[in-house]
Design a protein around this ligand. Structure first.
Ligand code: BES
Ligand code: MN
Ligand code: ZN
Length: 494
C-alpha cells in the first residue's frame, strides 16, 4: 500500500490512471464522456457488462489506450452520503495500489447532489482514501510486502476541490496516527513511550500545543490516587499526560479525557483465557484524544481552548498490586471500594475528571474509553455507547457522529444507576457485584467525579476502537474511532 498520498494543486495532464465514479444507473457521468472518446467507448461499454452493478464501493479496472481507468460504483444517487464516499475512496485507492499507479486523476466534476455539496463529497472521498491506505507494517521484519509504488499523487479535474481533498487526507492522517499508536504492542507502547509521543506531538506543532507530564511524586502531590493504585504493580510507571491548545482570544475551554491503559491484564482479578488478547487496545481512548489533538493543531485549529488529559497506566500484577477490597479516597473526597481490579479504567478516568474539573475549569468535558465488554455485547462495532448529561452537547456529538461515520448511540444514565454504585464500606464501589448494565455502571461511576453543572459526555468505544473484520474503509485492527468525531465537534465550537 502507498506510504504517502498527496493532492496536486491542479488537474493532471497525463496521469497513470483515471478514477471515474458512476451511479447504479450504469451511465457514464457527463464529465467522463470526454475520456471515453479517445478509447472508442470502452468505458461506457465496460459499465454495460453484466458483472458491473454500480453498487457503492465496487471497482473495475479498464485497460484502454495509454491510461488505465478505475471505475468505482457510487450506488444509488439519492442515497449518496459521506459514508458511501469514504467507501468509494477506499475502493479507489485499493484498485490504484493493485495496478501500481503513481499518479491518478479523480474525475469529480459534477458530483454534488442535493443531499451533499461537492466539498463534502470530496473531503469524505479523500478520508476514505487516506483511511484505507493505513497499513501497520512497523514490526514486519521478514514478511514485509513492499508495494509496487510507495507514493501516490492525486489530481482532481475540479480544481475548486483541492482544499476539501487535502482536508480529508489530513484528517485521515490524524486518524492513522492514532491507529498506529493503538497497534503498537505493549512491550513498546508503555506509559513512558506514550508520554514521549505526546511530547513529540507538541514539539512538532511549532509551539501550538503545550505538553506536560505528571509522574512519580507529582502524582502523590496532586492526589491522583487512581493512577497510583492501578499502576502500582507495573515496572512501567503511571503518569498523567496533559496537552493544551490555547489560541489567543479563546473564550471557552473543552476538556478531552482518554483512557490510556497501555495493557490491561485485569490485575489480581486476572482476565481469563482469551480475555486478555487485544488489551493493547485498552489505550485507544487516549490515542483517539492524541489523534484529535494532532488534527486540532494541524488542520482544525479551533478558536476555543482544548485541554487533553491522558491518564496512563498499565494494569498488571505483582505483590505490590492493588487488590479487591482496597478503599481509595479521591481528591474530590469520594471514597471507592475496589471490588474488581479489572474495572481499572474508571479508576484512572476518575482522577483525570476530578483533577480536570478542579484545575482546567472546563465549559464541557468529553471522555473516550474502552471501558466495558458490555458495550460490545450491546452495540457491537457499529457504534459507540454515548452517555451525556446535557442536550446541547449531546446534539453536537450526535451531529458530528453522523457526519464523520464515528457513530454513537445514547444510553441512559438515570439516578437508579448511580444508586447501583453505592457501596457498603465506602461511598461507591468500582463495580457492583451483579452483571447488570455494565456500560451504564461505568458511566454512573464516572459521574461521581464530574461537577454536576458541567456538560459532560462519556463515550464507551470498547466495540468500535478496534474491529475483528474489515469494515470499509477500515481493515481489521484499530480504527482510530473518535479522532474525526472529536475534531468535528471542536471545529464548530465558538
Ligand atoms: N478494558 C476492559 C474493557 C474491554 C473488554 C474492552 C473487552 C474491550 C474488550 C475493561 O477494563 C474491563 O475489563 N471491564 C470489565 C468491567 C467489569 C469488571 C465491571 C468488563 O467489561 O468485563
Ligand atoms: Mn479491565
Ligand atoms: Zn481496561
Amino acid at each position: 500500500m502507498y506510504q504517502s498520498i498527496e493532492i496536486a494543486p491542479r488537474a493532471m495532464s497525463k496521469p497513470a490512471a483515471f478514477v471515474c465514479l458512476f451511479f447504479d444507473d450504469k451511465v457514464l457521468r457527463e464529465s467522463d464522456r470526454a475520456l471515453d472518446k479517445p478509447v472508442k467507448g470502452a468505458l461506457a461499454a465496460a459499465l454495460k457488462r453484466a458483472e458491473v452493478s454500480g453498487s457503492a464501493g465496487e471497482s473495475h479496472v479498464v485497460d484502454a489506450g495509454r491510461a488505465r481507468y478505475v471505475l468505482v460504483g457510487l450506488g444509488e444517487a439519492r442515497k449518496l452520503d459521506a459514508r458511501t464516499m469514504r467507501q468509494v475512496g477506499a475502493a479507489a485507492v485499493r484498485a490504484l495500489d493493485r495496478i501500481g499507479a503513481a499518479t491518478a486523476a479523480l474525475q469529480l466534476v459534477g458530483l454534488s447532489t442535493e443531499a451533499m455539496p461537492a466539498e463534502r463529497a470530496a473531503q469524505a472521498l479523500a478520508e476514505g482514501i487516506g483511511l484505507a491506505a493505513f497499513d501497520f507494517a512497523d514490526f514486519k521484519a521478514t514478511t514485509k510486502k513492499e508495494g509496487k509504488v510507495k507514493a501516490l499523487k492525486l489530481g482532481s479535474n475540479d480544481s475548486t476541490l483541492t482544499t476539501a481533498l487535502r482536508k480529508g487526507l489530513a484528517l485521515a492522517d490524524s486518524t492513522n496516527f492514532a491507529r498506529r499508536l493503538g497497534a503498537t504492542p505493549p512491550n513498546v507502547a508503555t506509559t513512558t513511550y506514550v508520554a514521549a509521543q505526546a511530547q513529540k506531538l507538541a514539539r512538532g506543532s511549532k509551539g501550538r500545543l503545550k505538553c506536560r507530564v505528571l509522574k512519580g511524586p507529582a502524582l502523590v502531590r496532586e492526589k491522583l490516587v487512581g493512577l497510583i493504585n492501578v499502576g502500582k504493580a507495573s515496572e512501567n510507571p503511571p503518569c498523567l499526560i496533559e496537552l493544551t491548545w490555547s489560541p489567543r482570544g479563546a473564550r471557552k475551554t473543552v476538556l478531552l479525557v482518554g483512557k490510556t491503559i497501555c495493557y490491561d491484564t485485569g490485575g489480581l482479578s486476572l482476565k481469563i483465557n482469551n480475555g486478555m488478547k487485544g488489551m493493547k487496545y485498552d489505550k485507544n481512548g487516549g490515542m483517539a484524544v492524541l489523534g484529535a489533538m494532532h488534527a486540532i493543531a494541524h488542520t482544525i485549529r479551533p478558536s476555543c481552548r482544548v485541554v487533553a488529559l491522558l491518564p496512563a497506566a498499565e494494569n498488571s500484577i505483582s505483590d505490590e498490586a492493588y487488590r479487591p477490597d482496597d478503599i481509595i479516597t479521591y481528591l474530590n473526597g469520594v471514597s471507592v471500594e475496589v471490588t474488581n481490579t479489572d474495572a481499572e479504567g474508571r479508576l484512572v478516568l476518575a482522577d483525570a475528571l476530578a483533577w480536570g474539573c478542579r484545575k482546567v475549569k472546563p465549559d464541557a468535558i468529553i471522555d473516550l474509553a474502552t471501558l466495558t465488554g458490555g458495550v460490545v455485547v450491546a452495540l457491537g462495532s457499529a457504534c459507540a455507547g454515548l452517555f451525556c448529561n446535557n442536550d446541547k452537547l449531546r446534539g453536537r456529538i450526535e451531529c458530528a457522529a453522523e457526519g464523520t461515520g464515528d457513530r454513537v448511540w445514547r444510553l441512559p444514565l438515570w439516578e437508579d444507576y448511580r444508586e447501583m454504585m453505592k457501596s457498603k464500606h465506602a461511598d461507591i464501589w468500582n463495580s457492583a457485584p451483579v452483571r447488570n448494565a455494565h456500560p451504564i455502571q461505568g458511566a454512573a461511576f464516572l459521574s461521581y467525579f464530574v461537577d454536576e453543572k458541567t456538560p459532560w459526555a462519556h463515550i464507551d468505544i470498547a466495540g468500535t476502537s478496534n474491529i475483528d473484520s474489515d469494515q470499509s474503509p477500515f481493515v481489521a485492527g484499530p480504527t482510530g474511532f473518535g479522532v474525526r468525531l472529536l475534531a468535528s465537534v471542536l471545529e464548530n465550537w465558538e
